[in-house]
Design a protein around this ligand. Sequence first.
Ligand SMILES: C[S@@+](CC[C@H](N)C(=O)[O-])C[C@H]1O[C@@H](n2cnc3c(N)ncnc32)[C@H](O)[C@@H]1O
Length: 263
Amino acid sequence: MTSAHPTSGPTSDPASALTSEPASGAAARADGRPTLRELAVQALSSVEHGYDLLAPKFDRTPFRTPERFLTATGEALRAFGPFAAGLDVCCGTGAGLGLLAELCEGPVTGVDFSAGMLARAHAAHPRARLVRADARALPFRGEFALAVSFGAFGHFLPAERPALFAGVHRALAPGGLFAFPVPAPPRVGTPWWWAMAGFDAAMRVRNALWRPPFVMYYRTFPLGPVRRDLTRAGFDVTTVPLAGFGFRPDGAPNCRLVLARRV
Ligand SMILES: C[S@@+](CC[C@H](N)C(=O)[O-])C[C@H]1O[C@@H](n2cnc3c(N)ncnc32)[C@H](O)[C@@H]1O
C-alpha cells in the first residue's frame, strides 16, 4: 500500500491496486503487479523500507504518476522555461525525471530516501544525478531553477510541511520555481470521497496500532494551508488550471498546477 498520488491529489482509486488481485494473494501475478500479500507487507513497513520492497513492481502500480499528469505539467511549465538545473523531489522510480530533462538545459537531479526506488530511477534515467536523502532535510543550496514533485505529499504530515518547503526553498536559486499538480478534492459523499476517507481512517488505525508508522494520507494536503505554508517558507504562490483535466460545474478546475516562486 502506498500513495496513489496522495496529495498532489489522488489519480487513482485507493483500492484500485487491489481490485484485480488473484484468489491466491501469495502467488506472483502474471501482469507483474504486486500481490495483496506484498502490498500488506509493504504497508506494515516504514515508508522508506516499504518503497524499497515495492520498487521492482512500482511502475506497474497505479501509484506511479500517470503520464497525463506529467504531460499537462510539462505543457504548463514550458511557458516559464527553459530552465537551468532541475530537481525532482521524492522522485521514486523517476516519473518526473524525463519531464525535467525536457524542460531543463542544465543537469537533472532526483532525490528520494528509498535506495530501491533510486536504483530503478537510475536504470531508467542513467544520466540523472540521484541523491538519497530525506525530503524533510534536503541537502541542496541554491542549485536549481526548477523543482517539481509528483505523488508524494501524502507521506508528509502537516507539521512536516514547513521543513519540506524550507528545504525546497533553500535548494532553489533566487527566482527559482517549485511546481506540482494538485487535483481538486472530491465532493463530500461521492464514492471517491468515501474511498479516500476510508483509506485515511484505515491508515490512522494502522498507525495507532503498529510500529513503524507508514505515513500516507489522502487528505492532509489541502490547497489553502499548503499555500499558507509555502508563503511562510518564502515563496510567492500562484496556480494555473490544468485545463486538460476539465472543470467543475462551478468553473473550478479539476486539477491545478501550483507555481511557488522563490522570492
Ligand atoms: C508514490 S511515490 C511517487 C514517486 C514518483 N514521484 C512518482 O510520481 O511516480 C512516493 C515517493 O516518495 C518517497 N518519499 C516519501 N517520503 C519521503 C521522504 N521523507 N524523503 C524522501 N523521499 C520520500 C518514497 O520513497 C517514494 O519513492
